[in-house]
Write a protein that binds this ligand. Structure first.
Ligand SMILES: C[C@@]1(CC(=O)O)c2cc3[nH]c(cc4nc(cc5[nH]c(cc(n2)[C@H]1CCC(=O)O)[C@@](C)(CC(=O)O)[C@@H]5CCC(=O)O)C(CC(=O)O)=C4CCC(=O)O)c(CCC(=O)O)c3CC(=O)O
Ligand SMILES: NC(=O)C1=CN([C@@H]2O[C@H](COP(=O)(O)OP(=O)(O)OC[C@H]3O[C@@H](n4cnc5c(N)ncnc54)[C@H](O)[C@@H]3O)[C@@H](O)[C@H]2O)C=CC1
Length: 207
């Protein structure tokens, strides 16, 4: 499996199953994507979040009914509490050539990872389905150890642009930028705010 960052703006995603897991998956994609949740019952949290809720018993619904709600979606997620049903939806997805994620049952071709994101970055973590609990653990570890990633990226961007105008050798620029990332004092100043860190960097690295 290969991780990709996918533009989902305006794309339709259909989630089957409106329970806790369906809610988590819907919240993962909405509001960037258009999300439809098809289920016998929908949690109140799902009804309130602004996604389209379609009530349907998937045991009695015909193949046609199900394919109609799938429509021109780019991704189908099965998150009902019935494995056989999830797998059946997976078969339809394959027939229609649409990406498929299975919360429980035969794995589809898409895994939903743990995600850490800020304004300037996205980190996705997966264990290939072997231990979702570990994906969550690793996410919490990174969040705790690296709380100021966004600020460091902004700072690197500023210093980087400045260095391009003052130091012609790429290797030398690279060296300074790397030293800044590995300098604990930069991180502790960033914790207060970016201006403090810039002041420190100017004194130490940009003379
Ligand atoms: C394959 C996958 C399918 C998919 O794409 O959904 C899948 C499948 C299953 N998860 C199960 C259980 C748990 N899932 C979590 C948590 C998360 N699960 C997520 C993704 C995935 N889960 C995909 C693989 C991800 C990867 O590759 O690592 C996360 C990342 C994203 C999200 O779902 O939002 C989210 C963490 C978000 C975060 O906090 O960062 C916890 C932890 C907890 O809740 O504390 C537990 C209990 C502990 C445990 O089991 O580890 C079971 C039931 C097993 C059983 O019956 O016992 C199945 C079904 C099965 O395994 O058959
Ligand atoms: N991928 C993941 O991250 C995780 C997956 N799971 C698995 O995901 C599955 C769902 O878990 P929960 O959301 O907690 O269950 P839940 O019981 O809260 O929700 C199941 C939903 O499926 C709907 N549903 C069931 N049969 C239906 C039918 N015939 N027609 C229409 N709708 C139907 C129900 O109305 C309900 O909204 C479970 O099998 C669980 O083991 C559990 C934890 C994490």
């Amino acid at each position: 499996m290969i991780p990709l960052i996918h533009e989902m703006k305006g794309k339709r995603i259909v989630i089957f199953g409106g329970g806790d897991v369906g809610f988590r998956k819907a919240a993962y994609f909405y509001p960037e994507a258009e999300v439809v949740v098809v289920s016998r019952r929908h949690l109140e949290e799902i009804q309130r979040m602004g996604v389209l809720c379609i009530e349907m018993d998937l045991n009695t619904a015909s193949e046609d009914d199900i394919k109609k709600v799938i429509g021109d979606s780019v991704l189908i997620v099965a998150s009902t509490s019935d494995r056989t049903l999830n797998n059946r939806i997976g078969v339809f997805a394959k027939e229609l050539g649409i990406h498929f994620n299975n919360a429980d049952g035969e794995p589809g071709d898409i895994i939903i990872p743990s995600k850490i994101s800020g304004e300037n970055y996205i980190i996705a973590i997966s264990t290939g389905g072997k231990s979702p609990g570990m994906s969550r653990y690793i996410r919490l570890l990174i969040e705790e150890k690296c709380p100021n990633i966004d600020r460091m990226i902004e700072l690197q961007n500023e210093v980087r642009e400045y260095l391009k105008t003052t130091i012609p050798e790429q290797k030398k620029r690279n060296e300074i930028l790397r030293k800044i990332i590995y300098d604990d004092k930069v991180w502790s100043e960033l914790e207060i705010n970016k201006d403090f860190a810039i002041k420190y960097i100017k004194g130490k690295y940009l003379q």
